[in-house]
Design a binder for this molecule. Structure first.
Ligand SMILES: [Zn+2]
Length: 306
């Protein structure tokens, strides 16, 4: 089976993760712009981060046979530094129309402050103007209230529910999100309540329409293989192959494909992996390593040039 992980912060992950993800069947991924674990202090660091997402990180993924896309936005945590946020908002239009950008994200509420609300709204307007999907981060505290508010505000700004992916859902929010016509994404966190067992039950109860799962793996304790592992469990628990395919592949493609930046042929007809390639003169190889160069006849067949 082929998988898409529509929310994963690869910048904080290793090449071993890339390799394991591709071996598990992940062919495409979306990396939302987020914070880095400590607040940034200069707008220039956002500029470099966005450039990295559309540049080197995309290249790094390609070196392991994975198509990398991203969403660009000012995250809710850092929206609370208003002088900084003002400058970052000015940068966004320079990036949202770049190749491989499939949405504005991840944006929304964290503590649900007035500043978060202000920059969320500004970014909804931007998404609408450039006709891109929106990837919403819902708060971990006051989840239901924050989720309802995120959707209300998106509607208020004239966004079509079908253009909005509401992330980090759970049993308390899924019905509200689906009933309103939005996409409902679920993050599978290892060792927590929203694990893959519960996800299986959600798909059993709500079906596979407009539901998608992701790992949201980042620099914290997380599992970049959450999508294929959950797919495996769902199949073992009797969820149909078609439903598994919808929630681990097809729905993410349908939702983010609305950007016009992401289509199946991107990976089905991709150039074979060639690790002798460089990005701005920089390779992923280290002293003396032999590049993997695939023949292209079968993307899983790698030929090592010696
Ligand atoms: Zn995230």
């Amino acid at each position: 089976m082929l998988f898409i992980d529509p929310h994963v912060h690869m910048t904080s992950r290793t090449t071993d993760d890339y390799e394991a993800m591709r071996n598990a069947g992940i062919v495409a991924m979306i990396e939302p712009a987020f914070w880095m674990g400590q607040p940034r202090t200069e707008a220039g660091t956002f500029k470099d981060y966005y450039s990295h997402l559309i540049g080197f990180e995309r290249f790094r993924a390609s070196q392991f046979g994975i198509k990398h896309y991203c969403t660009i936005g000012l995250n809710s945590k850092e929206a609370n530094n208003e002088p900084l946020a003002e400058e970052v908002i000015e940068l966004l239009p320079l990036f949202v129309l770049k190749e491989g950008v499939v949405g504005v994200g991840e944006i929304g509420y964290d503590d649900q402050t007035p500043a978060e609300d202000k920059y969320y709204r500004l970014q909804l307007d931007l998404a609408k103007e450039v006709n891109l999907p929106v990837q919403i981060h819902t708060p971990h505290r006051d989840k239901r209230k924050g989720t309802l508010r995120s959707m209300e505000v998106a509607l208020e700004h004239g966004l079509e529910p079908g253009m909005v992916i509401v992330d980090h859902n759970n049993e308390e929010t899924v019905k509200d999100v689906l009933d309103r016509g939005f996409w409902a994404a679920f993050t599978i966190y290892p060792h927590t309540k929203m694990g893959n067992e519960r996800m299986t039950e959600i798909v059993r109860q709500y079906g596979h329409e407009r539901i998608m799962i992701n790992s949201a793996a980042d620099w914290g304790i997380s599992d970049p293989l959450a999508v294929p592992k959950t797919a495996q469990l769902m199949l073992e628990r009797g969820i149909s192959e078609e439903s598994v395919r919808m929630v681990t592949y097809q729905n993410a493609l349908a939702a983010f494909g609305q950007s016009g930046q992401m289509q199946e042929s991107d990976w089905l007809e991709a150039n074979p992996v060639d690790q002798s390639l460089k990005f701005s003169g920089n390779s992923i190889l280290r002293g003396g390593q032999t590049p993997r160069i695939d023949t292209g006849e079968n993307n899983n067949d790698s030929r090592i040039i010696r």
